[in-house]
Design a binder for this molecule. Structure first.
Ligand SMILES: Nc1ncnc2c1ncn2[C@@H]1O[C@H](COP(=O)(O)OP(=O)(O)OP(=O)(O)O)[C@@H](O)[C@H]1O
Length: 306
């Protein structure tokens, strides 16, 4: 097992944002985390990456569990090479091999596209991290890696572009590139298609599928077409609790999930969400709360357009 949480809980005062979550991820899996606004998805990511410390429970990570998805391995079950990252800092979880792209853009806007990835590659290398005074020639390998990553994410032609001039979709791809620069074992992607145009979504989805070929991926995503299409597994959070966890077809048919979140999405004869309410979503986003179509702009389920 690559990652395992046991009774993972985070309380903020009277709110239990993540409530006793037992979750496991096999090496090589692409698992989407879905659920309504406020369900605890981002808090879950914050716990896994050391941004927040759990109120209760444990997190174990075993980058050595290796092998292919589903392969037998001792590891995060407390044996073998698993490490306890329950109280690890963001730096420590990154060094352990968990990297993340953020829901809110996390790039240096005035640096070039190449520099954004190069800095990330440099920052992730323990000993020479942030030794900016060293001769640039020392960092040729970082440039080489950054260039390889730009090719992979389809931005090689924009290497010298100032990042703030990229399209929104290109920025989301670059964020994935920045996360890749740390050579992660596990990549956490927080709403990578949020705010991206319909045409741009296809590029971001293709990139996620490509990256999932050689990385384990956890994805927070409100676009149900994307989620159902690319996930090996889907875990559903509702009020902090894990209410379902399984293959897309099982989760789509789960009554509790339909009620808590999907609102009719994927039911026979129903492609759109809304389930009789006034809410309407576009392009496979499920409606929840006050989500609404907005002149063709992609909207998040249960949230404001981004
Ligand atoms: N730092 C914090 N302090 C207090 N409450 C918080 C904090 N972070 C999150 N919460 C609360 O925890 C709950 C879960 O929030 P979280 O952002 O994890 O949900 P989410 O599923 O990611 O929602 P969304 O889909 O809107 O991003 C919410 O009630 C939220 O208000």
């Amino acid at each position: 097992m690559l990652l395992e949480t046991e009774g993972l809980t985070k309380r903020f005062g009277g709110i239990t944002a993540v409530d006793g979550v037992d979750f496991a991820l096999e090496t090589g899996e692409l698992c989407s985390i879905i659920g309504p606004n406020g369900a605890g998805k981002t808090t879950f990511f914050n716990l896994l990456t050391g941004v927040l410390e759990p109120s209760d429970g444990r997190i174990r990570f075993d980058p050595e569990s290796g092998g292919d998805a589903g392969g037998a391995s001792a590891g995060a079950d407390g044996t073998g090479s698993a490490i306890d990252i329950t109280a690890a800092s963001p730096d420590e979880t990154a060094l352990a091999g968990i990297h993340r792209s953020y829901q809110i853009t996390n790039l240096f806007p005035t640096l070039s596209v190449l520099e954004n990835v190069r800095v990330a590659a440099q920052a992730s290398r323990g000993s020479d991290s942030w030794k900016l005074w060293r001769n640039v020639a020392d960092f040729e390998d970082h440039y080489a890696e950054a260039t390889r990553i730009l090719e992979r994410i389809g931005l090689a032609g924009e290497a010298e572009t100032v990042t703030q001039n990229l399209s929104h979709g290109e920025k989301r791809s670059l964020e994935i590139g920045v996360a890749l620069a740390g050579n992660p074992d596990l990549l956490l992607l927080d709403e990578p298609t949020a705010g991206v145009s319909s045409e741009g979504v296809d590029d971001v989805v293709a990139l996620i599928e490509d990256v999932a070929e050689d990385h384990s991926v956890m994805l927070i995503e409100h676009n149900m077409e994307v989620v159902m299409d690319i996930s090996d597994r889907i875990a559903v959070l509702h009020r902090g609790e894990l209410i379902a966890d399984g293959p897309p077809e099982d989760v789509r048919g789960d009554e509790a999930v339909q009620e808590a979140y999907l609102g009719g999405y994927g039911r026979e004869g129903s492609e759109a969400a809304g389930d009789g309410s006034d809410d309407e979503a576009t392009d496979g986003d499920v409606a929840d709360g006050d989500a609404a179509a907005d002149g063709g702009r992609r909207v998040r389920a249960g949230g404001e357009p981004r």
